[in-house]
Design a binder for this molecule. Structure first.
Ligand SMILES: O=C(O)CCC(=O)C(=O)O
Ligand SMILES: [Fe+2]
Length: 240
């Protein structure tokens, strides 16, 4: 009950030690083994002020090769349904549903909102730097126009540091093994600052939504986020 209240009023939920140190090490080992067998794309998108610079094991690979992580995606679904008092589901688009983000030294994740309603971030290790900075329930969403140019303008305006600091509640969280962060992904502005130490920052990103959710832009955004290919759109979060 307490957690439900917390999520409702604050717009996010943090739980330390959702996984034990040993469980984290086990998942890190599975990820390491996956990386010894397969190469993973490195994504670099030059956006300001914080570029998107990371590597990712996308949802399709998680589903086929990392069944224990896929299982975790389902377990956390239950937790989220309790927390939100809603019936949310894994995304229909497998590629987007459950990813492993791997951020090396100097890597960052741009300012953005997720496309889905609720996102869970599960951190597996501790690094220097690589803090996530977020502003819960911050976005002003235009009804029926959330992929429009005007929405894009509004989002860019609210991303300015002056506006963020004046209008938002700034929260900074340092990754630690087993830490679970749940947020309204499509309303919470977030970014990841540079990892300053050699070791990779590794976390699992799990996306949930209502069953009838649909996203106006899928393919371009997926290419942008999960492959190293070029995309023509300036920002594929919005319609041209
Ligand atoms: O790695 C993080 O802490 C955040 C990643 C993120 O926001 C995303 O993958 O959408
Ligand atoms: Fe995100």
């Amino acid at each position: 009950m307490e957690s439900q209240e917390q999520f409702k009023t604050k717009g996010y939920f943090l739980r330390e030690n959702f996984l034990s140190q040993q469980e984290c090490e086990h998942f890190l080992e599975l990820i390491k083994e996956y990386r010894q067998q397969f190469s993973i794309p490195k994504i670099y998108r030059q956006v300001k002020p914080i570029p998107l610079s990371y590597s990712v094991i996308s949802g399709k690979a998680v589903q086929s090769h990392l069944p224990e992580i896929q299982k975790l995606y389902e377990t956390i679904n239950q937790q989220i349904n309790n927390l939100t008092n809603q019936q949310l589901f894994p995304l229909k688009n497998i590629e987007v549903g459950c990813n492993v983000n791997i951020t090396g030294k100097g890597g960052t994740y741009r300012w953005h909102y997720d496309r889905n309603a609720v996102t869970a971030l599960l951190y597996l290790n501790e690094v220097d730097g690589g803090e996530i900075e977020f502003y819960p329930n911050y976005r002003i969403v235009l009804p029926n126009a959330k992929f429009s140019r005007f929405q894009s303008f509004l989002d860019r305006l609210l991303q300015l540091s002056l506006v963020r600091h004046a209008c938002g509640q700034r929260i900074v969280v340092k990754p630690q093994p087993g830490l679970l962060l749940i947020m309204h992904g499509n309303k919470c502005l977030h970014s990841v600052g540079p990892v300053t130490q050699g070791c990779d920052r590794i976390n699992i990103v799990m996306a949930y939504d209502l069953p009838n959710s649909n996203f106006a832009i899928e393919d371009q955004l997926n290419t942008y986020l999960y492959s190293s290919e070029n995309v023509s759109a300036l920002d594929p979060n919005y319609l041209p």
